[in-house]
Design a binder for this molecule. Structure first.
Ligand code: GLY
Length: 421
């Protein structure tokens, strides 16, 4: 099977590495890829938001399967055009990708499916903002209704800061979602979804704030770990039954079945799991810890979803042990990152590339806000965490920063699901 992966982050590097292990894969390409994926897959320069360009590249390369990593091309309808060109594609069409592309649409689907989520209102004009904000209590949650690479969300106790973020978005013409705050540890559950069929992967936790102790602004994600030693044993079944399967069924009922990876971002509150967000693709950096633990060959799973045969797949197989990833970010990320700095140590084991490119002189240089995702594995979470931070010591990037507390509270047994009062 010839597989073309679309995207250029550490998520795509993790996907490419997992596909490379699958004996069914005879050729691998990544478009546009990065300096890390170039070591494993052919690289093809491409504007991934251009559906016809992606379909044409897939056709020219004679791809049997196209796997679309990021949300932007999915929301732009790339999967629809690839499928229309007669090529199997892992990723939802534009109609189903609206579950991520519009938070208001996602809330509507959840309401129809009876799925627990934060109460919310959409504001599309500054004139309504103050009156709607007055209906909420701190912490205020203000979200860009559309795609914002994880950076459109502000959670703050400060009403003025909440208002200022909402005004900035509204003035840029973006509708805003105001939400009630959901307390409790967050969980990312990735599910392979093929119409009504839902196959959950292993749950993970990511760290969205830039600073240790969950401080500072939101980012695309600064680290992650899996599995969750503190999670109740029935957590995944409960989330699938009460949340993901009803949403998949609702999308089928609307005539826009989901095909691909449906990511449920949840808060485990004292009244049970509630949805923070749905995404229409694998999460980054959680993918970097989930895929190394999956033993079932990945290309076969993607192909089954893409061809409507997920319900005929045997149960997934997982390795024992744990994985932790720590993101190395460029100076000033999540603000405008400093780019073009030389990265050394990026060829080390477990070092996945995100925003990198190879300069003409052969040096690897930073080319994005999140530059590397360093993955450690081990027999348990503590060992995996030690491994990740040990590997990170071999990496050098001037001005870079990373969190030092990824998975720490879980290792110390300090994460707990709140119980009803
Ligand atoms: N880790 C958050 C995301 O992928 O959206």
């Amino acid at each position: 099977m010839r597989v073309l992966v679309v995207g250029s982050g550490a998520r795509e590097h993790a996907i490419v590495l997992a596909l490379a292990q699958d004996p069914a894969v005879t050729a691998l390409a990544c478009a546009p890829g990065n300096a890390g994926t170039a070591a494993v897959a052919e690289q093809h320069g491409l504007d991934v938001r251009d559906p016809r360009a992606v379909a044409a590249a897939a056709k020219t390369w004679a791809a049997d399967l196209v796997v679309i990593g990021p949300e932007m091309p999915l929301v732009a309808g790339v999967a629809d055009v690839v499928r229309a060109a007669g090529i199997a594609c892992f990723g939802p069409g534009a109609d189903a990708a609206r579950i991520e592309g519009s938070k208001t649409f996602a809330k509507d689907v959840m309401a129809a499916a009876g799925v627990p989520t934060a109460s919310a209102v959409t504001v599309d004009t500054p004139a309504r903002l103050d009156a709607e904000l007055a209906g909420f209590t701190p912490p205020y949650v203000v979200k860009d209704d559309g795609l914002a690479a994880g950076k459109g969300v502000v959670v703050t106790d400060d009403l003025d800061a909440a208002r200022a973020h909402a005004m900035r978005l509204l003035e840029d013409g973006h509708p805003v979602l105001l939400e009630s705050y959901l307390d409790g540890p967050e969980v990312s559950l990735f599910c392979l979804v093929d119409g009504p069929t839902v196959v959950p992967l292993m749950p993970a936790q990511d760290f969205k704030r830039v600073g240790d102790g969950d401080t500072g602004p939101n980012t695309g994600g600064m680290g992650a770990y899996a599995p969750l030693p503190w999670a109740p044993p029935d957590l995944v079944d409960d989330i699938v039954t009460r949340i993901v399967a009803p949403v998949a069924a609702e999308l089928v009922a609307r005539g826009t079945p989901f095909s691909g990876l449906l990511y449920a971002g949840l808060a485990l509150t004292s009244t049970g799991p509630q949805v923070v967000e749905f995404n229409c693709r694998f999460g980054d950096p959680e993918t970097q810890v989930v895929l190394p633990l999956l033993r079932t060959p990945l290309a076969g799973l993607f192909h089954a979803v893409a061809t409507g045969t997920l319900d005929r797949q045997p149960p997934l197989e997982w390795s024992e042990g744990a994985a932790v990833t720590v993101v190395v970010a460029a100076h000033n990320y999540p603000g405008t990152p400093q780019l073009g700095d030389v990265v050394t140590g990026s060829e080390g084991e477990g070092v996945l590339h995100a925003g990198t490119r190879r300069r003409d002189d052969g040096a690897v240089v930073s080319a994005g806000g999140r530059v590397l995702s360093v993955v450690g594995t081990g027999a348990d979470l503590a060992a995996a965490r030690d491994d990740a931070y040990r590997r990170l010591e071999g990496v050098r990037l001037v001005g870079s920063h990373h969190r030092t507390d990824i998975a720490l509270r879980a290792v110390q047994g300090e994460v707990a699901v709140p119980t009803p009062a």
